[in-house]
Design a protein around this ligand. Structure first.
Ligand code: NAD
Length: 260
């Protein structure tokens, strides 16, 4: 595998202004991919960091709840650079609450961002990938795409749905050079998880360090967070020639969480 094997590949990473999406974007850029960043909040530092790796960047702030904005995102890429080669469906949010207390608008947002947006990006990029007979679609699901936890009904439903969408996409492209797979992380210490640690520390009147240890010990036998860089390395593998016939897999990187 040559060091810059993704040179010139047009790569869209949704939700890449922080956390896992940004980590994966940087790994793919190190292999030469040009990167379209998306997400909320500050993005100029992320763009500078990625450009310093010698690749092009583009930013589009589409709200992944909104199909028309997703369409504008893909059309803008096609007009500016061409058809997308690598799609990483990463944007996601969490809301923690029992089913009875779950705010219905939060349910809609979690499903829209964590699941439905991937349907829209996938349907919009597939014609271009079919034309080139090459493509990589990586769906950042979760160990919660494989097993459940209490108080995460929308997230677990969305991530199980995303694993299902991954399998259907893989089957519908099985005879082509396009592959689709899911990556299923356990705990990764990003703003999404830091929020859960902080909420736990406050609710139980314990330190952040104690809350972190509790969080890991409940689910993750390795007692270690997976890092965005480790997830980026798996993404690179799936984009490489070694991934040519890896199709419809939901690959957990979860410190043993789902093995229990
Ligand atoms: P994060 O909060 O650091 O990043 C989420 C990204 O999504 C940000 O760039 C944010 O701006 C973007 N985003 C949120 N709502 C959006 C919207 N409506 N439109 C466009 N972008 C939006 O979270 P993270 O932990 O890096 O999560 C990334 C993905 O990884 C999510 O799909 C999450 O479910 C998944 N995941 C995270 C963990 C973990 O432990 N952190 C574990 C398993 C799976």
């Amino acid at each position: 595998m040559s060091e810059k094997f993704l040179s010139g590949k047009i790569t869209l990473v949704t939700g890449s202004t922080s956390g896992i999406g940004l980590g994966i974007a940087k790994c793919l850029a190190q292999a030469g991919a040009d990167i379209v960043l998306n997400g909320f909040g500050e993005h100029s530092q992320a763009e500078q960091d990625i450009q310093s790796l010698g690749v092009k960047t583009l930013f589009h702030g589409a709200d992944m709840r909104k199909p028309l904005e997703i369409q504008d995102l893909v059309e803008t890429i096609e007009k500016s650079w061409g058809q997308v080669d690598v799609l990483v469906n990463n944007a996601g949010i969490q809301h923690v609450s029992s089913i009875e207390d779950f705010p219905t608008d939060k349910w809609d947002d979690v499903l829209a961002i964590n699941l439905t947006s991937s349907f829209h990006t996938t349907r919009l990029v597939l014609p271009g990938m079919r034309f080139k007979n090459w493509g990589r679609i990586l769906n950042i699901a979760s160990v919660h795409g494989l097993v459940a936890s209490v108080n995460k009904s929308a997230y677990v439903a969305a991530k199980h749905g995303l694993v299902g969408l991954t399998k259907v996409t893989a089957l519908e492209t099985a005879t082509t050079g396009i592959t689709c797979n899911a990556i299923c992380p356990g705990w990764v210490l990003t703003p999404l998880v830091q929020h859960q640690v902080d909420t736990r520390a406050k609710a139980m009147n314990i330190s952040i360090a104690q809350a972190t240890k509790q969080l890991l010990s409940e689910k993750e036998p390795s007692m270690q967070f997976t890092t965005p860089e480790e997830l980026g390395a798996l993404a690179l593998f799936l984009c490489s020639v070694a991934g040519n016939n890896v199709r419809g897999v939901a690959w957990n990187m979860d410190g043993g969480w789902a093995a229990q």
